[in-house]
Design a protein around this ligand. Structure first.
Ligand code: ASP
Length: 331
């Protein structure tokens, strides 16, 4: 019989740590109230899968997570992974921004050990809660040798997603998580089954190590619509080093916004054209002359993930726009 794996479960809050007044409260409940020990104690089946060690790193809804939270989670996961006795790490997390934290870990951890970020759409107290099964499945994924070297994974609703692609696409349904090119695999009866591999560089192949990052540059997102006031660009440019422009359609920029955006770019702001559709490729020099304006295009990343990547890319290349563009095509 194979020796049981040693898995560390790091709690950060979210719905998976939530509690409603009644079982019918599937969407209205107190978030981030159950400790990670209590969450695990309610699923006795998990102890048959692995030796678990739980720790409470924070206890808050992921809508509050800022760059300091990302760094805190990343540094702790990295520290835990360095322990030779640890085979994998689970982070329990709110679902709202699970994709951003997971992508940050995917790009900055230097380990091939499985790291799985997991949350739930319904609190453990609700009817048909997904909390227990998602966590059980996450542990099943973390102990599987097949999960090594695949970067950070997000497990939800019997599916295994790569952190690069997954997005929360629904505000309340259980089947909220989607990857535009499909999940990497399923978890069936506690067994992960992989059908795809992540194709872009991650973890040990990236240029960033969480151990060496102390601060992240400020990057903001502007959501486009025709009536957007041009003064918004100046306000962002006065504080941030980078701007993700979540344009309409193929990263389109309204005529009255082009001037202010070009002016801000000339003064040093890095501008990335993304799409508020959250899907599909933004074509370089397609609807805008990106070469002339000094703009970067997002490739296929959603604005919230583009923010993570631009922050990291600016650490390595604060001034070289071609290197920033290359990062969007590499990761
Ligand atoms: N507000 C919660 C969070 O992201 C929602 C959830 O966990 O599903 O922390």
């Amino acid at each position: 019989m194979r020796k049981k794996a040693n898995i560390v479960v790091i709690g950060t809050g979210g719905t998976i740590a939530g509690r409603g007044e009644t079982a019918s409260n599937t969407s209205a409940y107190a978030c981030s109230v159950l400790t990670i020990d209590r969450i695990l104690a309610a699923i006795p089946e998990v102890s048959s899968l692995a030796n678990l060690r739980a720790e409470q790193l924070m206890q808050t809804g992921s809508e509050n997570f800022n760059n300091e939270h990302l760094l805190k989670i990343g540094k702790r996961v990295s520290e835990v992974l360095k322990d030779n006795d640890v085979d994998g790490v689970i982070v329990t997390h709110g679902t709202d921004t699970i994709e951003e934290t997971a992508y940050f870990l995917h790009l900055t951890l230097k380990s091939v050990k499985p790291v799985v970020v997991v949350g739930s759409m319904r609190p453990p107290s609700a009817m048909s809660s997904d909390a227990s099964l998602n966590l059980y499945d996450a542990i099943a994924v973390a102990i599987a040798p097949a999960s090594r070297g695949k970067g950070t994974l997000v497990v939800a609703n019997n599916e295994i997603h790569t952190a690069r692609d997954v997005m929360k696409t629904n505000s309340f349904k259980l089947e909220a998580f989607r990857s535009p090119y499909g999940a990497l695999g399923y978890v069936a009866e506690g067994e992960p089954r992989y059908y795809r591999m992540p194709s872009r560089d991650h973890t040990v192949l990236t240029e960033w190590s969480i151990d060496r990052i102390e601060i992240l540059p400020k990057v903001d997102i502007v959501y486009a619509y025709g009536a957007l006031g041009e003064e918004v660009i100046g306000t962002v440019a006065s504080e941030a080093n980078g701007l993700i422009y979540a344009g309409t359609g193929n990263g389109n920029v309204a005529e009255h916004i082009v001037g202010p955006l070009v002016a801000a770019t000339r003064q040093g702001l890095h501008v990335v054209r993304a799409s508020r559709t959250g899907n599909g490729v933004v074509i370089r020099n397609g609807t805008q002359p990106d070469d002339d304006y000094g703009w970067i295009v997002v490739d296929d990343q959603a604005p919230q993930k583009a923010r993570i990547l631009l922050m990291l890319a600016m650490l390595s290349n604060p001034d070289k726009r071609c290197a920033l563009q290359a990062a969007f095509y590499r990761y």
